[in-house]
Ligand binder design. Structure first.
Ligand code: FAD
Length: 499
């Protein structure tokens, strides 16, 4: 059972564009309102701006990839992000095929003061990868991973999906931490954190980044690692997309037997509280080789069930002892824990389709699950026939907590779990009552949280975002001032420059 296993999510194919025919740009330009009229767009500050047709044509000619305008074939699917309740229309979409294309697109956005969005996997719940009226850099043509088995490293293109990295590295008996749904983008996930089944053993995905290649706001292509541009290297590991477009990540890999022990234990809803209390204790002392998530999931029309989702990469001989506390919970409704191929496990939550649902989520880090929190979380949980409701505790700690809060820009090292509640509803339905329920439920849980996962950002205000960067905020502002003083990269958990 994966994170959001029961949500309706699509495969990456759903956001893959079809090819426009030759001359489509000229035709699309010709069809933009009156002949010779400019193209309406918006600046980063939200002001209306006009783009000259000749300048847009020049950008289209410069790119090796495609430039899509509204009405062109491929535009509709390219503008979409995973959360279909976000329905935005960029003025232009640059489907970049490499760093050079990214440089052209960044230069164009900067020189026209355009609002700029960068989309990799499009998984941001709040739709940070798209925008209305600006330029979207779509990285879906920049995908692939190349492994160097000798150095146990991989170069992963900045638009790749997690499954592409897992597929390539596992073939060499190597791995690094990745999230639990294989069509999540490497870009957003890594720059903001990267929790996954192997994180307690190998750290966050960002802890495994040895270096990046990045196009910064001035259009320059830079390498950032421990030696070159070390401040930038520090900032991109936790500072999200604030500092430029990462065109390639160099990842540290680890030797790995791809056979893991994984599966679910499912219990009826009335067991929710005692299972959560046992889970709380169980995860507190768990070895690093064990990753265990707890969820209550209630699809429309069901009161819900309780699911423990396990992945174990330790020795087989210790398995019985490790899982013993969970076995003491008695016979579950479902027990499908077994030997599994890791890459298959990583894909196991991929196959639902989100195109008919909207999504909203609240989340926060916690440091342990007290009986009081367990009671509030379970007692306040409410299924609804017209939505899917999911309460989730994602297992953190282990190697993630070995790293000092200021060693990278990711400060939340002490969390035991990422707690979140996600709801999805049919797109045509009125979401107001669902949103209201989640906000008031979350108000009862929020006092137990200590910061939140920036990759789960919803509608938090700027002050909350600033505070959430914790001890790293001041240094992030300095790096932002240096590399993006005009805040070109603002559609993210934004670090607002002060320069
Ligand atoms: P996008 O929406 O494409 O981008 C998100 C942000 O990153 C945007 O601000 C974008 O501009 C920026 N960005 C993306 N790529 C680049 C790049 N190459 N250079 C610069 N900026 C870039 N998180 C976990 O840690 N573990 C999980 O197991 C996990 N599971 C998830 C499962 C699902 C189904 C979903 C929807 C989310 C999950 N998440 C998980 C959260 C996930 O980390 C974030 O949603 C993340 O932002 C997704 O990255 P993306 O590239 O797909 O998103």
């Amino acid at each position: 059972m994966d994170r959001r296993r029961f949500l309706k999510f699509s495969s990456a194919a759903a956001v893959t564009a079809t090819l426009p025919h030759p001359g489509a740009i000229a035709a699309a330009l010709a069809s933009v309102s009156e002949p010779k009229s400019d193209i309406a767009a918006v600046t980063g500050e939200g002001d209306a701006v006009s783009l000259e047709r000749a300048a847009v044509q020049e950008l289209a000619d410069a790119l090796r990839g495609r430039l899509l305008l509204p009405g062109m074939e491929g535009y509709e699917s390219a503008r979409r992000v995973l959360n279909y309740s976000i329905d935005k229309h960029p003025a232009l979409i640059a489907q970049c095929t490499g760093a050079a294309d990214v440089q052209y697109a960044v230069d164009f956005a900067r020189s026209h003061d355009l609002l700029l969005a960068v989309k990799c996997g499009g998984h941001s719940f709040s739709g940070k990868g798209t925008c209305d009226g600006g330029l979207m850099i779509d990285l879906s043509r920049l995908r692939g991973a190349r492994v160097n088995p000798a150095s146990r490293t991989a170069w992963v293109d900045g638009g790749s999906l997690l499954g592409q990295m897992d597929h390539e590295t596992a073939a060499f008996g190597l791995v690094t931490t990745a999230g639990t749904v294989s069509h999540t983008g490497i870009g957003g996930l890594t720059l903001g954190g990267g929790y996954g089944r192997l994180g307690r053993r190998f750290g966050l995905t960002l802890d495994n980044v040895k270096g990046v290649e990045i196009v910064t706001a001035d259009g320059q292509f830079r390498r950032a690692d421990g030696e070159e541009n070390p401040d930038l290297y520090w900032a991109v590991r936790g500072g999200g997309g604030n500092f430029g477009v990462v065109t390639s990540f160099e990842m540290q890999l680890h030797p790995f037997d791809r056979n893991v022990i994984a599966g679910r234990l499912v219990f009826p809803l009335p067991r929710a509280r005692d299972v959560l209390e046992v889970y709380a204790e169980f995860t507190e002392d768990a070895p690093r080789e064990l990753y265990a998530d707890y969820m209550i999931v209630a699809p429309p029309g069901s009161d819900g069930v309780v699911v423990l989702s396990i992945c174990y990469i330790g020795s087989q001989k210790d398995l019985g002892r490790v899982l013993d506390p969970l076995r003491k919970l008695g016979k579950p409704m479902v027990d499908d824990i077994k030997d599994m191929d890791y890459v298959t496990l990583q894909r196991s939550g991929d196959d639902d389709d989100p195109r008919t649902t909207g999504t909203y989520q609240k989340s926060g880090f916690i440091r342990g699950i007290s009986p009081e929190l367990a009671a509030r979380a379970v007692d306040g949980f409410q299924a609804d026939p017209n939505r899917l409701t999911l309460l989730y505790f994602q297992h953190c700690g282990g190697a993630i907590s070995d790293v000092a809060p200021n060693a990278t820009a990711f400060a939340h090292r002490a969390a035991s779990h990422n707690m979140f509640c996600t709801i999805t509803w049919p797109l045509e339905a009125d979401a107001a009552s669902h949103l209201q329920w989640l906000r008031s439920y979350w108000a009862t849980l929020d006092p137990y949280t200590s910061g939140f996962y920036m990759n789960d950002i919803a509608d938090e205000g700027q002050q909350v975002v600033n505070r959430n960067y914790g001890v790293n905020y001041e240094r992030l502002v300095q790096v932002k001032n240096q590399y993006d003083p005009a805040n070109l990269f603002r559609l993210n958990a934004n670090v607002v420059p002060t320069a």
